[in-house]
Write a protein that binds this ligand. Sequence first.
Ligand SMILES: Nc1ncnc2c1ncn2[C@@H]1O[C@H](COP(=O)(O)OP(=O)(O)OP(=O)(O)O)[C@@H](O)[C@H]1O
Length: 678
Amino acid sequence: MLFCCIFKHPAGNSLSVPPAEPRLWTTQRDGEVKLRMEESGLAAEPALTVNQMFVSTVERYGEYTALRWKEGDQQKSLKYKDYYQTCRTAAKSFLKLGLERYHGVGILGFNSVEWFVTDIGAILAGGFAVGIYTTNSPEACQYVAENSKANIIVVENHKQLQKILQIEDKLPHLKAIVQYKDELKEKRPNLYTWAEFLELGRDEPDAPLDAIIASQKPNQCCSLIYTSGTTGQPKGVMLSHDNLTWTAYSTSKHVNLTAASQAQEVVVSYLPLSHIAAQMVDIWITMKIGGVTYFAQPDALKGSLVDTLKEARPTAFMGVPRVWEKMQEKMKAVGAKSSTVRRKVAAWAKDVGLRTNLSKLNHAPVSYHIAKKLVFKKVRKALGLDRCTKCYTGAAPITKDTLEFFLSLNIPLCELYGMSESSGPHTISRHDAFRLTSCGIELPGCKTKLHNKDEEGNGEICFWGRHIFMGYLNMPDKTEEALDAEGWLHSGDLGKQDENGFLFITGRIKELIITAGGENIPPVPIEDAVKEAVPLISNAMLIGDKRKFLSMLLTIKCQVNPDTGDPQDELTPEAVELCRQLGSKAVRVSEIAGGRDPAVNAAIQEGIKRVNENSTSNAQRIQKWVILDRDFSVGGGELGPTMKLKRPVVVKMYKEQIDNFYKDVASPATPDNPLPPK
Ligand SMILES: Nc1ncnc2c1ncn2[C@@H]1O[C@H](COP(=O)(O)OP(=O)(O)OP(=O)(O)O)[C@@H](O)[C@H]1O
């Protein structure tokens, strides 16, 4: 907030005191922050609003294609100059519908032209762009809509509309709803189709919109990213114009993206846009460099993504670890079915690929033309990545196994690390600056500090730079927890750096379990060890915060409904086979859950025993466990959009099972809990 105080001078003249400089953070919707400008380098670049960045791209690349998509069998596209005009029309429509300054426009739907236009139109009109996860329940949508004081909500289809209609009465700020796909199934006042919505603004004068745009400053909020809740109630991360425009600029420089005047970069938009990673790549970075965004189909993650990749042939591609893992699983399955000769050639090429790429990382001279010709080119083509020179993974931890698998296919995955609170990326690895399992070095103009380092050099990763968020909307306490007195963002992640500044993530303090006995236990290594020891297990979650001992919730690998993504009762073929090997005839989760299958119980108990034997202390031993009826999923609410466990949600959902572990600490072994607490 700018404070301007006017007081009377004893002589009677009015004296105006210059406005106090804004602080580094604010939690007020109309607040302003001090920009973290530096004297030189990239952080000294002039600050831009979203409109200024967009106009500058239109001036340079107005005739270039900005957006591409497929409608039926037809390819459609929009040029930069028309994209900008459509956003302006949408902005005028929002104003006509009553959008107030610093109020939200919620967007609930799959990636599309309309999503982008809503987001940017809301910003141009002086509101906040607010992505809402399509998997949100009506109550979760209500929280976001209320928190952001949404005046308008733009939904994709009838299904999403129903969620908003259920909570409409509880949203006093809501003035209109727009549905951008499919026919409206019913007419309602204040419900518009996309065409009707754009029509509202078509003939509106420019002046009121231009006045709003002219009044915008780079240090004001324009976008809210709601955290997905892996660490508690979602928080509205306030991002300023400068956060978006500067991060887009700095990232494009760091990873050497090509400006459209030389050749247009192409990206495929398919990850949830309400998450900062997808939004930064698909909307802001691509706009900054005048690239093309190609929209995938809504069923991208259910199987159509590879077809879209083959059509779009992206030059840069970002996947969360689960996307790469799925590709890996699929390729392995296809590989297993191919002829012996093909398998041998592929295995040989992969061996050459891994060895050569590892030597390359060590700057040793390499040559692998034959493998490239025989296998790698074909693999890339089959994945639609034949033009893709930059493949990224990020937003969650990826296993070394997956990194090595792709490296062996000559597809080095560059890792990207960051948070919503850092407008997306903080560090990114590059082909010319790469260490396996490292997340690379920080963006130019940004700084990293490791707080409270231990003897091995592990400390809490703290960030500084113009990508750091403004604050959490209406949450001063949480903001002060995240930003220290000097303005460093504390990530809650543990990491260490090598002598060249390469960052390695080594844990998450924010999910550390602190037992009643005061022992600090990082859950992920124990959970990973259990999954590795018992391949039948799909998800494992360690319990023990403020408890006397550790226990674990387990789920079994099951089939997934391809349309909804919901976990089914049927086991995967791999799980059925694993059961056979254990002497179990189970084909369904319900035959195993709750300790119903003695052979599976024994195998899990044996696996957990092995993990316990390797534990560093008694407190780190898993004493009890239970197999749940249903696997974790995004739709079920246990996993976030990047497949990170939402621990507080799981604890609430399975309270009964957890209470059971601890209700009688001295209880003897049961089929569910074969190991009595020590
Ligand atoms: N490359 C990476 N490797 C390991 N962990 C990562 C990586 N990138 C991001 N993360 C993890 O994701 C966190 C950031 O998550 P993000 O800002 O996307 O929040 P979220 O998933 O929406 O929700 P919440 O804030 O509730 O966790 C980081 O603090 C880190 O723990």
